[in-house]
Design a binder for this molecule. Structure first.
Ligand code: PLP
Length: 219
């Protein structure tokens, strides 16, 4: 299968999953995760009409996306990997959405950089939904306090919550918990679901899914 065919297949599966949940077809956004793939691999996906992409490293993204954004100004780039505060300036300059706001220091650095650069990015708080020590994110029970800090102390608008459930468990209960946290805290968007579980995530209320290998192939 070509990358164009795989993209079309993923889009079809998203639509089918939305029908099961009886949600409207506009609801779910596809973030095509292009980490480790280079400009030549990404261009055909853009040419097939996919304009929203996710990357997990700032430095890798800087070597790929300035040229692609110049060719196609409407692209929307999401950072879906951990951000160090010394990379906040570069991240604010390059990305449109940061999905991995996961601690006070990063939230503060982003607020400062957005003000300095006059750029307003859309932000998601990453929740460590399975409380896994090796994963980044705010603990579920600290999400409310962290959102208050972002909103009240920093004046940040938080668009959504993002999570990566534990690989070994059924993801459904984790997706349900993320949705509950969002509802309790007045957050409307949910970034959840990857190649292996995006249909489940959609059934649990995902508003965007982050799909890499099902589109680009194995990494
Ligand atoms: C790599 C990655 C994805 C995509 O994973 P696939 O299994 O290739 O679809 C999604 N979210 C995050 C945070 C990632 O790092």
């Amino acid at each position: 299968m070509t990358v164009e065919q795989r993209l079309a297949e993923v889009k079809g599966r998203i639509k089918a999953a939305q029908k099961i949940g009886s949600r409207s077809v506009e609801d779910v956004r596809l973030v095509a995760v292009s980490k480790t793939f280079d400009v030549e691999d990404i261009r055909p996906v853009i040419n097939a009409g996919q304009y929203v992409f996710g990357e997990n490293r700032v430095q890798e993204s800087q070597s790929k996306w300035p040229v692609l954004k110049q060719e196609t100004p409407d692209l929307e780039l999401h950072l879906i990997g951990p951000l160090q505060s010394n990379k906040a300036a570069e991240a604010v300059a390059l990305f449109d959405v940061i999905e991995t706001v996961d601690r006070e220091k990063i939230a503060a650095a982003l607020a400062q950089e957005m003000a300095r650069q006059g750029r307003k990015l859309r932000l998601y708080v990453q929740v460590n939904i399975g409380l896994e020590p090796q994963k980044a994110g705010i603990a579920p029970k600290e999400t409310a306090a962290f959102l208050r800090y972002c909103r009240d102390e920093l004046g940040l608008e938080i668009e959504g919550l993002m999570c990566i459930p534990p690989a070994e468990d059924h993801p459904g209960p984790y997706f349900a918990l993320l949705r509950k946290l969002a509802e309790e805290n007045g957050v409307t968007k949910l970034s959840m679901g990857m190649s292996g579980d995006f249909e489940t995530a959609i059934q649990f209320g995902a508003t965007s899914v982050r799909v890499g290998s099902a589109i680009f192939g194995a990494r």
